[in-house]
Design a binder for this molecule. Structure first.
Ligand code: ADP
Length: 262
């Protein structure tokens, strides 16, 4: 099922989580970016268009500066994101350049999805970039977003993007194979749920555990994202981006994940 959904999707939003692109010590994982570039290239070579939604600005900021990792002050957090966003984009730029792919950065806020004029402008920019073979890389604009007005997590941002673009698929790459019935970090017997037919009822059926050390939303926001895109008739796949060649293995059917069907 998952394999067919991925194979048949022409417009794919790929979301990358903070834990996925970093090492346990909080530095950016260069090997991950290298492998991801190859996987994105593979998707495009088979005729797909790809938009990336990437987290990780804050962790990239800490990784670059080597300090401020414990600062909880909002302005320090925003300053870290401002430093890290450049580093993050540079990592994507360097690796995708190997495949002669150019990237374009788009920083968005919650308001951008509610104001029709802004929405139209975003859509036009995205379409222009994609028509010219450029990969848009989207993140929340942390400099202007304080908690009260934030989308807050990139799972929901990726879902809004998928709906705005009318994507065929939202592919969320996290540090876990998919959704489990129990918290996999605590229950060794937790079972991977491979196909979800009714995402809106899922949260009451599973045990929600803690998120990873650099994660923001945990499994809850991934399920929220699934509900959002499923409502628009778009499927979502949750897979383990920490595993090498994940996209090609999902396409071959040798890797597992969770597919949320609309
Ligand atoms: P990301 O950085 O990719 O957004 P998060 O750390 O926010 O990732 O969320 C993924 C984490 O959610 C996993 O590492 C996992 O430990 C945790 N988690 C908690 N409960 C579950 C569950 N029932 N199924 C899958 N993962 C779960």
């Amino acid at each position: 099922m998952l394999q067919d959904v991925l194979k048949n999707s022409k417009k794919v939003v790929v979301k990358i989580g903070s834990n996925t692109l970093s090492r346990p010590d909080g530095t950016l994982n260069r090997d991950f970016f290298k492998d991801l570039a190859g996987q994105i290239h593979l998707l495009r070579e088979e005729g797909r268009q790809v938009i990336i939604v990437s987290s990780g600005a804050r962790i990239a900021g800490v990784s670059t500066l080597g300090k401020w990792n414990r600062k909880e002050d909002l302005h320090y957090k925003q300053a870290l994101c401002s430093i890290g966003q450049v580093e993050l984009m540079d990592s994507y730029r360097k690796e995708l350049k190997e495949y002669a792919v150019v990237i374009g950065q788009i920083l968005l806020t919650k308001e951008d999805f509610t104001d029709p004029n802004r929405t139209l402008n975003i859509r036009n920019t995205i379409f222009t970039l994609l028509d010219e073979g450029v990969i848009p890389i989207i993140n929340e604009n942390d400099t202007v977003s304080v908690d009260e007005i934030k989308i807050g997590d990139n799972d929901n941002l990726a879902a809004l993007t998928a709906n705005l673009w009318n994507a065929d698929l939202l592919l969320i790459m996290s540090d876990i194979d998919g959704v489990y019935d129990k918290d996999p970090s605590k229950s060794p017997d937790a079972k991977l749920l491979e196909v979800i037919q009714d995402s809106s009822k899922l949260i009451s059926r599973i045990e929600v555990g803690n998120k990873g050390s650099f994660g923001t939303g945990g499994i809850t926001t991934k399920i929220e994202a699934a509900i959002k895109v499923n409502e628009y008739g778009i499927p979502m796949i949750l897979a383990n981006g920490k595993k090498e060649h994940i996209v090609s293995n999902l396409l071959k059917g040798t890797a597992k994940g969770t597919v949320f069907l609309p």
